[in-house]
Write a protein that binds this ligand. Structure first.
Ligand code: ZN
Ligand code: ZN
Ligand code: ZN
Length: 735
């Protein structure tokens, strides 16, 4: 008797297990391959899973295995390199394989949709329809007309039907009678012979030297470190052109906020070849179609946000990650992968170049460049004659402030507007004020579900928790002492907008934050208005800091630069420096020199001084030397094991047990160190108490080995059920 065939299947469940099934009945078992989808019974539901292995035995008795119901694919869904990348990532990030694979697939494929593009429907006659004698449908003249047209032309599509004035209901009637059937056809445009639509810009010497160092093929990672406006994008475009002319494809990853219609338009203007985008604004069908076009090679350039790293490409020849320092490349929940780090692995396995670009590279990447793992390419000149903006700190410790603005700042805003230029005011807090305060008894509006204060919003007026979304009415009187003198405490964007409008009543003040841009196209409309160039003041959050170029802004005011300096997250200062320079980069981009005013309470802080006086690289060096001393990434590797529960003691007890298990496996020392359980930065959120255990390691191998042993033990642990828990490898956010 032949050996039995057993399918090992990854199912989208939170369990780390793989599931064994028998093949679907009647399916030729030689057709079964890893990477194909199957529909299987699971409890009393039906799930779509992926075949991980086709094997000849199971650890369970064969009679206990259920057969899969159907095989959905004739071929594996993903090309082999991507399939293996997904398996590796699930393993490395300690995420259940079924859920990881599902995260990597477009929604419609997870739901069992065929991996085919939705084509244009067309209609033909069945054999019966063809054999119908003339005049058979005399009593239904429209149906007869349709029949005649089909007999004459063979097939009709939607446009043909519309031209003939035949309603779909008539088609449907003939379909029901079995005389007509429909098919779908994907219209494939013939390949475009030209690579370029538009002539490339002439490169500066510095740009040309950088491009020359990026090889056309072979594994190679370049860190392209270039100040804002130094022309990194032009280097991407010309490197992509070389790749396309070899007949290969390009994949470009951009931060969530960076995939603007402007970005896409720039690529489409340059290239005659098909460019597709993958982003959250697309519906499921559009996403799947773009994904399929990339897989079958018709899309030549794919631009997408984080999850686009899992796009299958027929023949990928170059990978680019723009703004590589951006934290949106790391997924913060579920499958916590880093698209940037996976890009490096994908490039390595495909033996192709990767370009990581940024004006403020992450410390990890700078470290990799210093140690020679990445090739370091630097662009220091701004394109054209544009000069770098002048950075000025303003010590606001002893200055009277008017709604957060110093007198000098207001003066400079006035001068800028009078000269016909635009002003950008940056404040990373939306709402009217960070909270509401009672001056009589000191009461503060706090969220009853989180360890945090409620933000006061004015339009419409309410209190809002930005962590759990809890909202409530603004009380008329202090809940604690009944005083009616409640007042806003601190500054948010709404309040700054109001203050600026009061100071400059004849100037347009435009607020840009998540609240003001909620409506479709609102952000685009705001950006268009600014681009018209009339004097105006833009006030907003980090939505203003990224991607958009405002050529007429000559003054940038940073109202609160201090928050990151004293953050308990070790990445706080790095993030602060990056954000500050990204915002500063908005000023003076064209031929107009810009000025940046940084209002700070800590003008003497060594990090602030280093950043402003000696620049980002000296600042990065300073932080790196501190990280080396304190044993933090990139000098040591880290994983966070998080647990949260409605009762804090559950989370603490669970993590203590996890630490004990870990120490049994690997005693603390230089190779592996443990810290915690400690409360998270926001200890209570949405009524859950949050704790974390930090594991740090001298090398990735030791960390991986420990985590792979711990994860299944944690899953089985009795206390696990009382917690929500997760493992975050290479965490970007320590909260
Ligand atoms: Zn009070
Ligand atoms: Zn809010
Ligand atoms: Zn809350």
């Amino acid at each position: 008797m032949a050996a039995p065939t057993v399918l090992e299947i990854a199912l989208p469940t939170p369990l780390r297990r793989r599931f064994d099934y028998l093949p679907p009945e009647g399916v030729d078992t030689t057709l079964l391959k890893p990477g194909q989808r199957v529909r299987v019974p699971f409890g009393n539901q039906r799930l779509i899973g992926l075949i991980l292995r086709v094997k000849s035995e199971s650890s369970l008795p064969l009679q206990n295995l259920r057969p899969a119901e159907a095989l959905l694919d004739t071929k594996p869904l993903l090309p082999d390199d991507l399939w293996r990348l997904c398996l590796w990532a699930a393993d490395y990030y300690q995420h259940p394989i079924g859920d990881a694979l599902h995260t990597a697939l477009p929604v419609l494929l997870r739901q069992g949709e065929p991996d085919r593009e939705k084509g244009e429907p067309y209609w033909q006659l069945t054999t019966e329809g063809k054999g119908l004698p003339e005049g058979a449908l005399k009593r239904a003249p429209r149906q007869a007309e349709l029949l005649a047209a089909l007999q004459q032309r063979g097939a009709l599509n939607r446009a043909d039907l519309a031209a003939l004035g035949i309603a779909r209901s008539h088609v449907k009637t003939l379909e029901d009678k079995g005389l007509v059937f429909s098919r779908e056809q994907v219209l494939t445009p013939s390949p475009e012979p030209n690579i370029l639509r538009d002539t490339p810009l002439t490169l500066s010497d510095e740009q040309a030297a950088a491009l020359a160092q990026i090889p056309e093929d072979g594994f190679h990672i370049s860190l392209l470190d270039g100040t804002t406006g130094s022309g990194k994008t032009e280097i991407y475009l010309q490197a992509i052109a070389r790749t396309l002319s070899q007949g290969r494809q390009a994949l470009v990853l951009v931060p969530e906020i960076g995939l603007t219609p402007q970005t896409l338009a720039r690529f489409q203007r340059r290239f005659a070849q098909p460019v597709v985008a993958l982003h959250s604004g697309m519906n499921d069908r559009e996403r799947l179609d773009a994904w399929l076009q990339a897989r079958d090679g018709r899309a030549r350039i794919v631009i997408g946000t984080r999850s686009a790293i899992f796009t299958p490409m027929a023949d990928l020849g170059i990978l680019i990650v723009d703004e590589e320092h951006d934290s949106s490349f790391k997924q913060q929940d579920g499958f916590r992968y880093s698209a940037r780090d996976l890009a490096a692995l994908r490039a390595h396995r495909l033996n192709i170049p990767l370009i990581l670009g940024s004006a403020t590279p992450s410390l990890e990447s700078l470290h990799n460049a210093r140690t020679g793992r990445y090739h370091y390419l630097r662009l220091t000149h701004r394109a054209g004659n544009a000069r770098a903006p002048e950075l000025l700190t303003q010590d606001i410790r002893r200055q009277p402030l008017d709604e957060g603005f110093s007198r000098d700042t207001l003066e400079r805003i006035r001068t800028t507007l009078d000269a016909g230029n635009q002003v950008l005011v940056f404040l990373n807090r939306r709402g009217y004020a960070p909270t509401l305060e009672c001056p009589d008894c000191g009461w503060l509006a706090e969220c009853r579900h989180c360890d945090t204060r409620l933000t006061l919003h004015q339009t419409p007026r309410h209190l809002h928790c930005h962590h759990c979304d809890h909202q409530r009415a603004v009380p008329r009187a202090c809940p604690s002492c009944k005083s009616t003198r409640l007042q806003p405490l601190g500054q948010g964007t709404e309040r700054s907008e109001e203050a600026l409008q009061r100071h400059f009543p004849d100037t347009r003040v435009l607020r840009v934050d998540r609240d003001s841009t909620r409506q479709k196209n609102a952000f685009r409309d705001l950006v268009e208005e600014v681009h018209r160039g009339d004097p105006c003041i833009l006030v907003g959050t980090q939505m203003l800091a990224k991607g958009h170029h405002f050529a007429d802004v000559t003054l940038v005011v940073i109202l609160d630069s201090d928050a990151g300096l004293f953050s308990t997250d070790f990445r706080g200062p790095e993030r602060m420096g990056q954000l500050l320079l990204q915002v500063a980069g908005r000023a003076g981009r064209a031929d107009k020199p810009g000025q940046v005013i940084i209002q700070t309470h800590h003008a003497e802080h060594p990090l602030v001084r280093t950043l402003l006086e000696r620049g980002y690289h000296a600042f990065a060096e300073l932080i790196l030397s501190e990280r080396r001393l304190t044993g933090l990434p990139p000098f040591r590797h880290m994983a966070l094991i998080r647990a949260e529960s409605k009762r804090p003691e559950n989370a603490v007890a669970f993590l203590k047990q996890v630490r004990a298990l870990a120490e049994q496996r690997h005693p603390p020392g230089h190779e592996l160190g443990y810290l915690g359980p400690l409360p998270a930065m926001l200890e209570k959120r949405g009524d859950r108490f949050r704790y974390q255990l930090q594991v740090n390691a001298a090398n990735r191998g030791a960390l991986q080995k420990l985590l792979s042993q711990l994860a299944p033990e944690m899953e089985q642990h009795a206390l696990a059920k009382r917690n929500r828990w997760s493992i975050d490898v290479d965490p970007q956010d320590m909260g």
